[in-house]
Design a binder for this molecule. Structure first.
Ligand SMILES: C[S@@+](CC[C@H](N)C(=O)[O-])C[C@H]1O[C@@H](n2cnc3c(N)ncnc32)[C@H](O)[C@@H]1O
Length: 289
């Protein structure tokens, strides 16, 4: 892995190479919820798509370079969750869960892993409406914990949810930090540290302030227009060294600091359609000290 990688104490092997991201390997059930949770007007469009490049969030704008980064980040976190479950961790917190389908689709883990989804109250309410309106009764559901990271205390809300802060957990916070101010991000990271037991794992990604190619500058400026007009402007970017230092100062040990190049090598090699992360990204696996 990149120069950021630090071997885990006692780790006997490198991270095993994961199979490339591709069409759902388990027919039906794995993608059922992803489609079911879409706004009805978008379902037919997505079902008719022949490849990721057809998934336009805005007419004429091919979002696949950022879409691939986001999906790869989710997969990277789920690989860490699998490793944690194998070690006996039985609590998974998903911050900024949005329409994440892990809890609905991983029925196989429902007896072994309790999932908590922490998200903005409005988005969470919409997700719950869509689950309730689904043609299929969910076999497993997360515990929903409504939190506005800019206004509410994550620690106060999670304390009411049944989460056991006395035992280690795994936590992911993905594709959300760019939409928050640096202040809200730091406050929430401190709260995460306060509620997690030592030995817990966190996987977080953030908007990286790194040199860009002219194509990346053009893409990101168009993306900013699209997300701003959808009411979710990008609010923060971090220099990788600053983000890692912030985590370390709060009390996390950074175990791995991966880039879009690492994610491409892990999940996109050998694809025939050219899909891969097309913008810089950074994702960190850290342990709560
Ligand atoms: C782009 S979505 C990512 C969803 C999911 N993690 C994923 O990767 O598919 C961003 C998420 O951040 C959440 N979010 C943005 N601002 C927030 C805030 N102030 N408080 C809580 N959640 C927020 C949104 O509700 C949304 O679920």
């Amino acid at each position: 892995m990149s120069r950021w990688r630090r071997r885990e104490a006692g780790s006997s092997s490198e991270r095993p190479r994961a199979p490339a991201l591709g069409p759902a390997t388990t027919p039906g059930s794995r993608k059922f919820w992803a489609i079911e949770l879409l706004a009805p007007r978008n379902r037919a469009r997505i079902e008719a798509a022949t490849g990721a490049q057809d998934v336009e969030v805005s007419p004429g704008f091919d979002a696949s370079p950022i879409f691939a980064l986001g999906v790869a980040s989710l997969r990277y976190a789920e690989d860490e969750v699998e490793r944690c479950v194998r070690k006996g961790i039985d609590q998974y917190l998903i911050l900024g869960a949005g329409f994440d389908t892990f809890a609905l689709r991983r029925v196989d883990l429902s007896g072994r892993l309790r999932v908590y989804e922490i998200d903005h109250p409005d988005v969470q309410a919409l997700k719950r409406e869509r689950v309730a309106a689904s043609s299929r009764e969910p076999a497993s559901l997360p515990t929903f914990v409504p939190v506005d990271f800019e206004a509410t205390s994550f620690a106060a809300e999670i304390a009411k949810s049944g989460f056991d802060g006395g035992r280690p957990a795994v936590l992911s916070w993905l594709n959300t930090i760019p939409y928050l101010t640096q202040e809200a991000t730091v406050t929430t990271m401190k709260e995460i540290h306060a509620v997690l037991a030592a030995g817990s794992r966190v996987v977080v990604n953030y908007g990286a302030e790194v040199p860009l190619t002219p194509d990346q500058i053009a893409f990101l400026s168009r993306l900013q227009e699209v997300v701003s007009s959808a009411g979710e402007p990008v609010r923060s970017q971090w220099k990788p060294v600053d983000f890692a230092a912030m985590l370390s100062d709060i009390g996390f040990e950074v175990l791995e600091h991966a880039s879009e190049v690492d994610l491409t090598a892990l999940y996109f090699e050998g694809r025939g359609d050219g899909l891969k992360p097309g913008v810089p990204g950074r994702i960190i696996t850290a342990e709560r000290r």
